[in-house]
Design a protein around this ligand. Structure first.
Ligand code: WT7
Length: 702
């Protein structure tokens, strides 16, 4: 029996113990105004109407040339949507709104320092800024359709300007989350083959002006090491005319955007009509190997999908003020801060800083001040705001009609606080389940038409037809856990993994494809990598990843990436990263290392390992604890048993370890780690059934 075949029993037992929560219905005031309030929509998106149902989304866009074919599925699993069609994403998000919304705010940027006023950027302003920057990209940076460019930008209004300027030319942007390290950025520059990096000198985070440009120098060094030279670094300045970084600008390579842009003032660049399947952007994400995966998203399919789901599931109307607190550096920000909302001509809010700066009332002051009526965030942020300011929302006069939770499972108790206290009982909630790879939502209730059920993401989104399979490819009955898959292609699905088409097939399609030569899409279910249970009412409950991925604060971290970082410390012989249950961030990371002979375990070594993770990946991956152990628990074939280590870290049962090559090490590690944790007062609460199953089966794939 291989590792992956073990343990399905423990997961199905969860389902038996899972308590179904009650339904909560949307307020009548919401239903009255909702974009999707007619149940006929379910029939329009019924499987019998697939794939033509998605024409409804494509028709929400302006096309230079209409498509000939809705879905070209002739080369599975490389689906092509709306082929023969031509369009431009920048035109759809900007130009087409000028006729009736030129003076309406497209973006409202909220700087972190509260002394600074929010900045409104109208659609007309946005149009000029995007055109000028597109002229700079074309004429100064020499970029053209199909070239990739890496962005490493924080949460500032200039970020969507840059993205839309790229889209105007057909340049493929690859935005790397600003919190990632220089090395992580460099790896992505190299993988995407970017010759240009666009960054910023600094930004505000928790009250300090962070030096960000320093990471550009590290990134270029790393990219060069990996064989990719960068000719130009375009540096925006957080405060025009001042420089927030300690690192020198490199002559001939680094340029301040505010200086260069002067010569492009007033220039207009015609949006390039691109084929529907032209790539719009890359978004890197983690998987089971160290090399990150660049999910490649298309222009026509992706933009149709995020526009349609933003209209029906986010219930965005042009007159709304919409605020998604995620970072644009993640897929949530691309789809549901920038492309979806702007395509619909609404006002989208961008907040630079941390939600609890300077205090836990900040988000609610922003909502009150700007009249935000749609709010979107993650369980981690909700847990944190609930902990630090449980009574804050009541102090502010704002009213949400709609709220979203995304990125991790949300505990029913936390959901209820979100509903009652943040939403004041007036807002409908959608719990949206999806992934970097999927472009947009896969699971969610349709807010006016299906009731909410705390802890479940809801039914599948319209046009999405899931199935839950066991390891052998049999569908599991309702109430039992298995691997959730999507049986059909949809317009938002990534096109491929940049430069790794074989990996695209092997990671997402190989597991449940029975005939690799089949040209029928029915034979190619998409394997999402999540465990899930379907209730008899068709609502899904997502149990979490079934691979070596740890979801920290809604952000996906690959254990292999963390382990490779630890292994850059010369004294480290072996490393294993495991999740520990964390009351705020959902999961935190703990790293176990063993040292090469002759080295001593001490605090200095712990600090070195911690620093290596920060340098290679970024602070978000910083381990909560680093444990230096004598040896790792291993199978007879020498594989590290991450689930045994994870059980130790979480004070849960390690299961039968007698078949290990070195069973005696388990007791030793348990004693060392757990007594140290007890001494630090760092003992996790008792785990739920679901959490225990996740921990005890962690790292299954090996
Ligand atoms: C993984 C994808 C989707 C944008 C943010 C994360 C988990 C996502 C939910 C949810 C339970 C969720 C899954 C998924 N996840 N949304 N509503 N309930 N789990 O994107 O970094 O690609 O991570 O996040 O495990 O596979 P990502």
């Amino acid at each position: 029996m291989t590792e992956s075949q073990q343990d399905p029993v423990s997961e199905s037992q969860i389902a038996v113990h899972w308590r179904e929560e009650e339904y909560i219905y949307p307020p009548e005031s919401f239903v009255q105004q909702a974009n999707a309030a007619d149940p006929a929509i379910f029939d329009r998106f019924d499987e019998k109407n697939f794939p033509d149902c998605f024409v409804e989304y494509a028709e929400m866009l302006s096309w230079d040339k209409k498509w000939d074919t809705v879905l070209d599925a002739s080369n599975p699993p490389f689906w092509k949507w709306f082929t023969g069609g031509r369009l431009n994403a920048s035109y759809n998000c900007v130009d087409r709104h000028l006729a009736d919304k030129a003076n309406k705010a497209a973006l409202i940027w909220v700087p972190e320092p509260e002394s600074a006023e929010p900045v409104a950027i109208t659609y007309r302003d946005l149009y000029h800024r995007v055109n000028e920057f597109a002229a700079l990209l074309r004429d100064f940076a020499g970029l053209k359709a199909g070239d990739r460019v890496t962005l490493h930008m924080p949460m500032v209004a200039e970020l969507p300007v840059v993205m839309l300027a790229c889209a105007r030319l057909g340049v493929v942007h690859s935005e790397v989350f600003g919190g990632f390290s220089g090395n992580a950025c460099g790896t992505r520059i190299a993988d995407s083959g970017s010759r240009v990096l666009i960054t910023m000198d600094g930004y505000y985070r928790s009250g300090t002006l962070v030096d960000h440009k320093v990471k550009a120098d590290e990134a270029l060094a790393e990219a060069a090491k990996q064989g990719q030279e960068v000719d130009k670094v375009l540096v925006w300045r957080r405060h025009a005319g001042e420089y927030a970084s300690q690192t020198p600008m490199v002559t001939g390579r680094d340029f301040f955007v505010d200086e260069v842009i002067a010569q492009y003032r007033g220039q207009i660049v015609d949006p390039v009509p691109l084929p529907s399947e032209a790539p719009l952007f890359l978004m890197y994400t983690s998987g089971t190997t160290g090399r990150p995966k660049g999910a490649q998203h298309s222009t026509g399919g992706y933009l149709s999908y995020v526009t349609g789901t933003s209209r029906y599931y986010q219930d965005i109307h042009p007159e709304d003020t919409y605020w998604c607190m995620a970072d644009i550096g993640w897929i949530t920000g691309h789809s549901y801060i920038v492309y979806g909302p702007l395509s619909l001509g609404t006002t989208t809010v961008i907040y630079e800083g941390t939600p609890n700066y300077p205090d836990a009332g900040r988000p609610w002051r922003i909502a009150e001040r700007l009249g935000v009526n749609i709010f979107h965030t993650s369980p981690t942020a909700i847990r944190m705001l609930r902990k630090v300011g449980p009574d804050e929302p009541a102090k502010y006069d704002y009213h949400f009609k709609h709220m979203t939770t995304v990125g991790e499972p949300i505990e029913p108790e936390v959901w209820r606080w979100y509903h009652k206290t943040v939403g004041k009982g007036e807002a409908v909630i959608v719990d949206t389940w999806w992934q970097t790879e999927t472009g947009g939502f896969l699971g969610s209730s349709l807010p006016a038409l299906k009731p909410m059920k705390p802890g479940s993401c809801g039914p599948a989104v319209i046009g999405i037809f899931p199935a839950i399979y066991d390891e052998t490819g049999e569908e599991v009955p309702d109430g039992k856990a298995g691997n959730i898959c999507i049986r059909n292609p949809w317009p938002g699905i990534m096109q491929t993994i940049w430069g790794q088409p074989e990996r695209f097939i092997s990671v997402y399609y190989e597991k449940y494809n029975k005939d690799p030569d089949s040209k029928d899409w029915h034979d190619w279910p998409y394997f999402a990598g999540d465990g899930a249970v379907r209730a008899p009412d068709g609502y899904y409950r997502i149990l979490g990843r079934v691979d070596d991925v740890i979801n920290v604060a809604g952000h996906r971290l690959g254990t292999k990436e963390i382990e490779s970082a630890a292994l850059t410390v010369p004294e480290v012989a072996e490393a294993a990263a495991v999740p520990v249950i964390d009351d705020i961030r959902g999961r935190a990371v703990e790293v176990y290392v063993s040292l090469k002979p002759g080295y001593e375990a001490n605090q200095e070594m712990v600090d070195k390992v911690t620093r290596s993770v920060e340098v290679e990946i970024g602070k978000i991956a910083r381990p909560k604890n680093v444990w230096i152990v004598q040896d790792m628990p291993k199978t007879r074939s020498g594989k590290i048993m991450r689930r045994v280590i994870a059980a130790v870290s979480n004070f849960t049962d390690t299961g039968d370890v007698t078949t290990l090559a070195n069973p005696e090490i388990v007791d030793q590690i348990r004693h060392e780690v757990q007594s140290a944790k007890v001494a630090r007062g760092d003992v996790p609460r008792e785990l739920t059934e679901t959490e225990r199953a996740e921990i005890q089966s962690f790292g299954k794939e090996e």
